[in-house]
Design a protein around this ligand. Sequence first.
Ligand SMILES: [Cu+2]
Length: 466
Amino acid sequence: MSEGRRDFFRTALWSAGAGVLAGRGLRPQDLLARGGRARPPAPRGPVPVQTPDVAHLPYTMDGDVKVFHLVAEPVKRAFLPGATFDVWGYNGSVPGPTIEVTQGDRVRLIVDNHLPEATSMHWHGFEIPIDMDGVPGVTQDPIPPGGRFVYEFTLHQAGTFFYHSHMPMQEMMGMIGLFIMQPKEAPAPPVDRDFGLILQEWAILPNNTIPNTLSMEFNWLTINGRSGPATTPLLVKLGERVRIRFVNMGMDHHPMHLHGNTFKVTGTEGGRIQPSAWMPGNTVLVGVAQARDVEFDAVFPGDWMLHCHLPHHMMNHMASMVGPMMSAGHGMTTGKSMEDGMGMPREGAALADSHGPSLGRGIGLGAEAERPVMNMPMGAATAAGHDMAQMPRMTHAAPPALVPGFPQDMFMPMDAMVAKPETWGLRPGWSGAVMGMTTLVRVLPPDRFDEVMQRVEAAKAKGGAA
Ligand SMILES: [Cu+2]
C-alpha cells in the first residue's frame, strides 16, 4: 500500500471513528502503533470461533469426556437463493457443524452413517492412536449404511483442524467440518474476533442438483457452504484484532485475498507459527487439505472484499451466461460430457461445425443465429448522459457486438434476495461484485457495529437466520 493510500485510510478512519477514538485521546496512528487495540491486552481465554452460515455442534459431558454426535447424511444446501443442491454432509449441514474444544480435552465422537454406502471419519492432522485415525480398511472396518463407529481420544494439540470422510468422492460431495482446538490461554496478542471458513468447490451443471464428483472443472465455489453474495459477512468493530482461519477441501488451491489490510500468516494445519516467522501479506495460498490462520488489526473502516483470487472462482454458475447467446436453437444441450458442458472442445477446430450449439456459447453450426445479449444494466446504449461515440479513443462505440471479446462480465446486483441483518448498510449494488468464493469483512465504527449487531440479535430472537 502506498503511503498516500495509507494516509487516505488513516484520514477515513479518523473521520468515521472520530467520536470514540477522540474520547480516548487516541489517533488512528496511535492505534496502528499499538497493534490496533485501545487497551493493553489482559491475559484471558480465547474467544470462541465464529463460523458464519455453519452452526457449532453441541456436546454432552460423560464424566470428563465431551461427547459429540455426528450423523453422515444427504443434505440439501442452498448455495444461493434459488440454487439448492443435493450434497452430502453431517447433521443437515454442509460443511458439517463446527466442533470447538480445548487443548487437553478428552472427546468421544459418535459417528452414525445415514448414507446409502459405507463411510469413515478421519481426524485430519490429529496425533491420536492409529485405531482412531479413521481410514477404512487400513485402521478400521468401513462404517456400513446404518452403522456406527465411536471414536474416543485425548487432544494434546492446539490450532485449526478438520474432520472429513476418508472416501475421496464423499469429500467432493461435501463431507468435511471444522475442528478447532483452542489453547487454554489465548496466545499473544489475543484476538477479539476469530472466524473459521471452509473453502469448497463443486461441478454442478445447469438443470442439475447433484455434484459431478469426477469432474476436474468446477463451477460453484463456496465459503462455509454458501456462494457470494449469500455468504454472511464477517462483522468486526473498528480497532479489534481479527483472526481468520481458512481450510481448503477440494481439487484446487485458493489464493485468499483480503482488500485494504495487511495480515500476518500466524498458523498452519500444524498449529501456531512462532511470531518471528509470521509472514506479512494480503493473499494467502490455501492448498488442498491445508489450514492457514491470518491475523490483523482492523484499523481501517470499510466493507473489505475477502475472496479467492482465481478469476473463475469469483463467479457463480460458470455456465456461459455471458458470451453470445443463442436466440434460436437449444443453447447448451443436456446429456453431454462435463468437458462439453464447461465449453472445452476436445477434438477438431474450436469453431468446427461438429461442436454445434452444444457449448452454450454457440459456435460453428447455428452460430449465425446468435445475438449479443445485454450483460449489464448500464450498457453503452443506455448509460444516461454518456455518449460513448463522443469519448476520446472510443472509436468502437457501436455496435458493441463488433468489439472482439465482447461481452465478458456481467454485473447483476441481487441485494434484496440476499439481504440479512449482517448486510445492513452495505452500499446499494454491493452484491453485483460478490460472487463465488467471496465474502466481506465489515470493519465498522462502533455505532454502526452496534446497529448491525442489534439487528442480528433481533433476528436471532425471532428465530431468523443468523
Ligand atoms: Cu479459488
